[in-house]
Design a protein around this ligand. Sequence first.
Ligand SMILES: NC(=O)c1ccc[n+]([C@@H]2O[C@H](COP(=O)([O-])OP(=O)(O)OC[C@H]3O[C@@H](n4cnc5c(N)ncnc54)[C@H](O)[C@@H]3O)[C@@H](O)[C@H]2O)c1
Length: 445
Amino acid sequence: MTDRKVNPEPADGKLLVLLQGLGAVSTTVIAGVDLWRRGLSKPVGSLVEMGTIRLGRRDNPEFRPIRDLVPLTPSDDIEFAAWYIIAANGYDSAKNAGVLTPEHLEAAGDALRKVEPMKGAHNPDTVRRLDATNALDTSLSKRAQADALRQNIKDAMAKAGATRAVSVMIMSTEVYQEPCEIHESLEAFESALDADHAAITPTQLYAYACLREGVPFANGTPNMALQTPAFQELAKETNMPIAGRDLKTGQTMMKTALGPAFKARMLGVEGWFSTNILGNRDGEVLDDPDAFKSKEKTKGGVLDSIFQPELYPDLYENYYHKVRINYYPPRGDEKEGWDNIDIFGWLGYKMQIKVDFLCRDSILAAPIVYDLALFMDLARRSKWRGTQEWLSFYFKEPMAAPGAYAQHDLFKQLEKLQNTLRYLGGEELINHLGLDYFGSDLYAD
Ligand SMILES: NC(=O)c1ccc[n+]([C@@H]2O[C@H](COP(=O)([O-])OP(=O)(O)OC[C@H]3O[C@@H](n4cnc5c(N)ncnc54)[C@H](O)[C@@H]3O)[C@@H](O)[C@H]2O)c1
């Protein structure tokens, strides 16, 4: 056993999961949780529910379910609430999203209908192409909107009888925005809030309202809300965990699994071309070039940190990386992510790899939202605040410790997550050295 410095509090009482957006991903999470907790499906894709962790040596291992290692909220104690700028409850929205089969939709109908949309903070200039029918009055000041969102949190928690809440942002992608002077400190941000500054977008209002209400905040979208000194300061001041950004689901998950394999074998890469066709509402919003720019940024940065071209110029200098997303309505949520990778090996001989991932976007994203909600709640009960780097595993562009580069390699991220859970569970960490298995046999006479 390690000398435990962190001792998570028990997960007593109900946990309210607050979602921004009640679209394809959100409704798939809500339906999925309802179906498997009633024994009608299995929580496939959820590390929290299906994962085990090795404790002890490989010659006498124990594989303990993650749920038995650390105190996580029982699935029966989870409730959902959502802000949504469209006047539709979870059922109508799920039906419109077209992810679930009619059988699943009906089976989870009651749980979906229970989620009535709270009025969302909306700005038609930052999320375009949507017809908002359930938004807060845009003539309200930003401060008044933040206050309304804070009141929503209080009301939703009271309605759910929740002792704690956690938020996972899963709304549409806003147009690309660089942080500016109002994001440089919490003071500057709060003054800007009072001055109704135009650079404050709805995602920032949500993050602000949640953190101020003591709600840990994970950002599943490419929106930049948390990646600023102002929000880092706010998380510190409110003692709240934060994590982001943009869920790592289909193509980027493949990229962060395959990229490290080429690098591990010192194979060179000349180019990596990634394209997608998808026809859901996410695709429609991303068809706006300014919104796509946000996505391009989170999808595009992944390979540089894996390949480290500055360290390996012979292998990766000037490799060409291109990412495209094409809105193609016939496919709905059933995205096709296609990659062509030009690699080279011994003596510079060229090879190609093609990946054609016929995936379902929301099916991949839903268990991640679920895991994040439970792990963020665990972080808060462990009295951790600020960036939760151990949750990098779930993000396309993970937030890292100050001054540190972000780790993108999927399996290194998993190792970190597992060791963090061992640590929180008061168990020995595993460093994979393993020399002790051989004892003195290892050493030549
Ligand atoms: N599905 C995936 O694999 C995946 C992976 C990574 C990130 N994401 C991101 O998750 C987000 C949601 O994806 P989705 O497929 O559910 O999209 P979706 O379009 O089905 O749902 C998002 C919903 O958010 C709503 N919305 C927009 N602005 C809002 C606001 N200000 N307040 C409240 N609601 C608002 C929209 O009405 C929309 O219906 C997107 O930003 C997407 O890029 C998805």
